[in-house]
Design a binder for this molecule. Structure first.
Ligand code: ZN
Length: 178
């Protein structure tokens, strides 16, 4: 195992232990519940937006599951708190692209942008665990979308799943010319 792998593994272990943002938000604008049935991971995540509706002011979650899922939620929450919805969606797309990379190295720009979340690059080698790392992000995007649209709380998770399907369909193939 390389030094980098060791460092990444430590980041994931620390995240799983820290559980940043765990708790209940009583005053919230959007909520999403997601389940990863292949592993048994669950998350219920709530967000509160700024008064102008453009920034994630507060995020709290309850979850259980494997250390990859719990670490990913913790690291994500720490990273996106206080960021604009647009920035959060951009981070989500970068994270998804990395997780779809099947263990290929991420470029430096992506690594810098994703900060500690880049530690999950190695997880993308294991198809069964990709959903574990993505679960928190799906809940975040689902909750943010329902907060922005003012729609009733998204309990089914179908909105986030539909959104991710679109991303898969719309992404250009690796060999596409500019
Ligand atoms: Zn899992």
């Amino acid at each position: 195992m390389s030094d980098l792998d060791n460092m990444y593994q430590q980041i994931i272990l620390d995240g799983a232990r820290e559980r940043y943002g765990e708790g209940t938000l009583e005053d919230y604008d959007g909520e999403s519940f997601q389940v990863n049935s292949t592993c048994g991971d669950e998350i219920d995540l709530r967000v509160k937006l700024s008064d102008d509706g453009t920034t994630l002011k507060d995020i709290k979650w309850h979850g259980q599951g494997c250390s990859i899922s719990q670490a990913s939620i913790s690291i994500m929450t720490q990273m996106v708190e206080g960021k604009s919805i647009a920035e959060v969606k951009d981070l989500y797309e970068s994270f998804r692209t990395m997780m779809d990379g099947r263990g290929h190295e991420v470029d430096e720009e992506t690594e810098e942008k994703l900060e500690d979340a880049a530690a999950f690059a190695g997880v993308s080698k294991f198809p069964m665990r990709i959903k574990c790392a993505l679960l928190g992000w799906m809940a975040l995007i689902g909750a943010a979308d329902s907060a922005v649209s003012g729609a009733p709380s998204d309990k089914s998770g179908s909105a986030a799943l539909a959104d991710s399907t679109n991303l898969l369909v719309n992404r250009p193939s690796p060999g596409a010319k500019e």
